[in-house]
Ligand binder design. Structure first.
Ligand SMILES: [Zn+2]
Length: 347
């Protein structure tokens, strides 16, 4: 079978992908001034709250920066994807109107955010669901997933449900040859994820462990790389965020409440990325922004100002200042994600 990449509009030639944003959420965007900077093609007003118009506007600056592909890794019931996944068809319209390839992921997020059907599913049922997402269509649609993920585990723990879903994703990956991207919470439990995936016989070269740019210990990040998996610096531009482990109650008590906030400077991400590349890991490194609604307001200097253009226009030049070579940068933006998304290779 000739190699292909499964987009929401059908299979395409891997050579047509260009640069790739491999971890995004196109239907969770929010209106705001950040959209105006990249606004060139949309005729509808993105401030009207229309998900399609916002996404089309948001990606409209990408082609000038060499990106022809965005991967939407929204799990069932989270960051814009509905509980049964039927609104994945929005991604088809976003792709048609923008001319950008969109690849849809399929996954289940942290236990507190999981839809009840997933909580009630057995390992075999969950595996069948993910396999059908790849071979027949996500949920009730005929939109096929081109990748599995972001498959999530919690902060310093993996619940039984999360382990079930991770194993199911690994089994579906084996059965279909589709790659798998994970979500770690702050880079914790990455080695445990690898151990589970290895137990399931997953091809570790087809696995990306996500959110490793927020793991505080660089030695730990390197130990994860040494297992043979890929890792992602995929929250670039998200320097500030509120830390919410569970969805807020629908009717909170009035008055003051506690929340946790987090900061990671992009300069330290850039420095680490260049350092890891110089140590020979460039083929295992992936970059993206994980741009969602809330962080736009929390990160006015990055996402809030540049939107999807931030990675290539601001961050990669910053990494170059720390010594990242143009060749290694292009690996992260182009050849690594294309290798991950391509299916049907003879190998
Ligand atoms: Zn994400």
């Amino acid at each position: 079978m000739a190699p292909f990449v499964q987009t929401v509009l059908g299979p395409v030639d891997p050579a047509s992908l260009g640069r790739v944003l491999h971890h995004e959420h196109l239907t969770s965007l929010v209106p705001g001034p950040w959209l105006s900077g990249s606004r060139t093609t949309s005729t509808s007003d993105p401030r009207d709250g229309d998900q399609i118009a916002q996404a089309v506007t948001a990606v409209s600056g990408l082609k000038n920066l060499g990106f022809d592909t965005v991967v939407d890794l929204s799990p069932y019931s989270v960051v814009g994807r509905s509980a049964w996944g039927e609104n994945v068809t929005l991604l088809q319209e976003i792709s048609r109107q923008s001319g950008v390839h969109v690849v849809a992921g399929s996954s289940v997020y942290l236990e507190p955010y999981s839809p009840s059907w997933a909580l009630d599913s057995t390992l075999d049922e969950m595996t069948d669901r993910f396999i059908r997402d790849v071979t027949a269509g996500i949920g009730t649609t005929e939109v096929r997933a081109g990748i599995l993920g972001e498959q999530a585990t919690g902060l310093n723990e993996i619940t039984d449900h999360e382990q079930k879903c991770l194993r199911a994703s690994a089994r579906a990956s084996r059965a279909t040859g589709t790659s798998l991207i994970t979500h770690t919470t702050h880079g914790t439990m990455a080695l445990e994820q690898v151990a589970i995936l290895r137990e399931e016989g997953a091809d570790l070269s087809r696995v990306v462990i996500g959110h490793m740019d927020i793991q505080p210990e660089l030695d730990y990040v390197q130990r994860v790389l040494d297992t043979g998996v890929n890792i992602a610096f995929d929250t670039i531009g998200k320097q500030y965020w509120d830390f919410v482990l569970e969805p807020p109650p629908t009717e909170p008590a009035e008055g003051e409440f506690d929340k946790r906030a987090y900061f990671r400077a992009d300069r330290s991400r850039a420095e680490r990325l260049a350092l890891l590349a110089s140590r020979g890991y460039a083929d295992q490194l992936f970059v993206s922004q994980d741009l969602t609604g809330a962080e736009v307001y929390l990160n006015t200097q990055t996402h809030g100002q540049f939107g999807y253009n931030y990675l290539a226009a601001v961050f990669m030049p910053m990494a170059a200042e720390f010594g990242l070579s143009p060749t290694d940068a292009e690996r992260m933006l182009r050849s690594n994600p294309i290798r991950l998304l391509a299916q049907g290779n003879a190998a």
